[in-house]
Design a protein around this ligand. Structure first.
Ligand code: NAP
Length: 437
């Protein structure tokens, strides 16, 4: 057995991911030593309750509630506690104690990324976070390293497994949102409190991380436009299917070019995707990130966006990288925010839309609707009308599904407000963007 140098590894957290990381570090110790060029010695695991049951059996003597002491003297600190505090304080302490750090904590990086990266820069430490954006799917390293010589134009990610599971089942089974959510909770795909997932908060954190990296710009979480999927009902889903689309919750990070130069847009919302698009075939709780780069063209990264052991794979990859760098020394890659592009509000984004309206079924209504759209600089590409009243013109309600050409979001939303107030529109059923053109 090669006599490798020993690196002290401290693990903070032994929950779904942490317990698997600890298990794999111990189980594959020899192989990992060969790959890293160093023996990764797990010196301790900080938890809240040393007596709590664990997914993986761990030696009792490794468990401690004293994270601060554990960090001192560690070469690599792996943070898998989650949340903002005390994770933030522990990571800053680890960096200032000379450790490289590995974390899967998207909430922390999306809200305090610049603080962590600056602290690491100051002391020449490195921050690895492959598991923070899409679980097991390698996307951070491709953006940071493989595409470092290219210019990313757009990222479209299905980065939340819970919402993809719900939307996929609504699409394939014709079920209602609330029924699929209840099933997802029973099967463990959704939390008892699903807000972070279904309202798009989790996806927004990941979008901020991906956009920051792809566009060399610190993207604050509050600059990410966010909408969830709770307004998507069976009839919206049916209409999307009928028109040849599927609805996905997308994290879209896009480089925009205008008269004032370059800017970026970062947004999370449910959008229509053509069924022929590769993202349309991402089923169940899987994730995928579709990257469009100037020279490389279209790339897609697909797989498990969550899961204890799957996420542990990405964490261990980071641990091996951290170990190699720790041994080789030298300056790390660091986070580049050199481009520092402005992040524009969603109103400045241009996309195609599908507007579904319930209108009075009487002569002249279509002309009124078309007039309002035209005045609002929204050009119609397709119109489909279905009578949903008693079938006699003038005595019922008709459903209008209007597909638009590309329009400015601000124009579109003002136009929809005017339609809603026009007196001929009974109800604006849905307004969905079309992505992936
Ligand atoms: P988890 O199951 O809730 O585990 C959290 C662990 O941290 C537990 O072992 C807990 O100790 C410990 N902990 C929490 N607060 C602590 C404190 N104040 N002091 C000491 N220990 C503390 O979380 P997880 O699902 O493994 O997620 C860990 C991180 O990975 C999060 O940032 C999450 O966003 C990220 N992530 C998770 C997944 C996934 O599929 N689960 C995927 C991608 C990224 P006790 O066990 O004693 O309570």
């Amino acid at each position: 057995m090669t006599d490798y140098r020993r690196l002290r590894v401290a693990l903070l957290g032994a929950g779904s991911v942490g317990s698997q990381v600890a298990g794999l570090l111990r189980q594959h110790a020899d192989e990992l030593a060969d790959r890293a060029g160093a023996r990764l010695e797990l010196v301790g695991i900080a938890v809240r309750d040393v007596d709590a049951p664990r997914d993986v059996e761990l030696p009792r003597e490794l468990l401690t509630t004293d994270a601060e002491t554990l960090i001192v003297g560690a070469d690599i600190v792996i943070e898998l506690m989650g949340g903002i505090e005390p994770a933030r304080t522990h990571l800053l302490h680890a960096i200032n104690s000379g450790a490289d750090i590995v974390t899967a904590n998207k909430a922390l990086l999306a809200s305090h990324g610049p603080e962590i990266f600056d602290a690491a820069d100051q002391v020449g430490a490195e921050v690895y976070y492959e598991a923070a954006a899409a679980g097991a799917i390698p996307i951070i390293r491709p953006l940071r390293d493989s595409l470092a010589g290219d210019r990313v134009q757009r990222i479209m990610g299905i980065v939340n497994g819970t919402t993809n599971y719900i939307l996929d089942h609504m699409d394939t089974e014709g079920a209602e949102f609330s029924d699929v959510l209840a099933d997802a909770q029973r099967l463990g795909y959704a939390e008892a409190d699903p807000t972070a997932d279904v309202e798009g908060y989790d996806a927004a954190q990941k979008a901020a991380i991906l956009a920051s990296l792809a566009f060399h710009t610190a993207v604050p979480l509050d600059a990410v436009h966010r909408e969830g999927i709770t307004s998507i009902d069976k009839s919206t889903m049916d209409a999307a299917r009928h028109a040849g689309y599927v609805i996905k919750l997308l994290a879209v990070c896009e480089r925009l070019t205008g008269p004032e130069g370059e800017s970026i847009s970062v947004r999370v919302y449910p959008a229509l995707i053509d069924r022929a698009h590769p993202l349309a075939s991402v089923h169940g709780a899987n994730n995928a990130v579709f990257v469009q780069a100037e020279a490389a063209g279209n790339l897609m990264f697909y797989g498990a966006g969550a899961g204890g052991v799957q996420t542990a794979s990405a964490v261990l990859g980071d641990v091996v990288s951290a170990a190699r760098r720790h041994i080789a020394g030298g300056v790390g890659v660091g986070e580049s925010t050199l481009a520092n592009l402005p992040v524009v509000p969603v109103g400045r984004v241009t996309t195609r839309y599908h507007i579904t309206l319930e209108v009075d079924d009487r002569p002249g209504v279509l002309a009124t609707v078309a007039g309002i759209l035209s005045e609002g600089r929204v050009s119609i590409a397709t119109v489909e009308q279905t009578v949903i009243g008693d079938g006699e013109a003038g005595s019922g309600v008709a459903r209008l599904v209007i597909g638009t050409h590309k329009a400015l979001e601000q124009d579109l939303s003002e136009t929809v407000d005017r339609l809603a107030a026009s007196g001929v529109v009974e109800r604006v059923v849905s307004v969905l963007r079309v992505e992936g053109d």
